[in-house]
Write a protein that binds this ligand. Structure first.
Ligand code: SF4
Length: 158
């Protein structure tokens, strides 16, 4: 699928959705960004739409880092202070999907390992730096709507 997505981006004028931190916006939990110049170039040339689901969901910058965990059989997003921030993440995912539909994006390139944007693997909820298989809340929402999602690391390898 990655190759097909990559070719679509190159051959069409369709828009793609990207994590705003990859485009250089200082929206990470620590107030910094994860600039990828190629992705920023997609935004600057009008080919990509930057979004930060966590900011869209109402969380501040900077903010306490969060991870996805399972409590009493339910998946929740808990920040490092032990506060349940699931609703912020769900709201951000919903708003991101609305933007994706409005802009008719053909795919999304999202920041790897984030509890919102991660695809394929995310931190395991222990705040110990360990990874586990899974997707972030926004990545799940987009995939459920049929929008292909690749990570920035997959994008780099295309
Ligand atoms: Fe970047 Fe996504 Fe985290 Fe926002 S929610 S800072 S776009 S990885």
């Amino acid at each position: 699928m990655s190759d097909r997505v990559g070719l679509n981006i190159i051959k069409t004028d369709s828009k793609i959705l990207v994590s705003a931190c990859l485009a250089g916006e200082n929206c990470r939990y620590d107030g910094k960004n994860c600039l990828n110049k190629d992705i920023k170039n997609l935004v600057d040339t009008g080919k990509a739409v930057p979004v930060c689901p966590e900011v869209l969901g109402g969380l501040p910058v900077p903010r306490i880092p969060s991870e996805i965990t399972v409590c009493d059989g339910n998946e929740k997003i808990i920040n490092r202070h032990g506060e349940d921030v699931t609703e912020f993440f769900k709201r951000g995912a919903k708003k991101t999907l609305e933007i994706a539909k409005e802009k008719k994006v053909i795919c999304a390139i999202l920041k790897s390992r984030s509890p919102s944007c991660g695809t394929g693997e995310i931190y395991d909820g222990t705040f110990g730096g360990k990874l586990t298989k899974g997707d972030g809340i926004t990545a799940i929402k987009l995939k459920e709507a049929g929008i292909p999602v690749i990570s920035d690391e997959e994008w780099l390898s295309l």
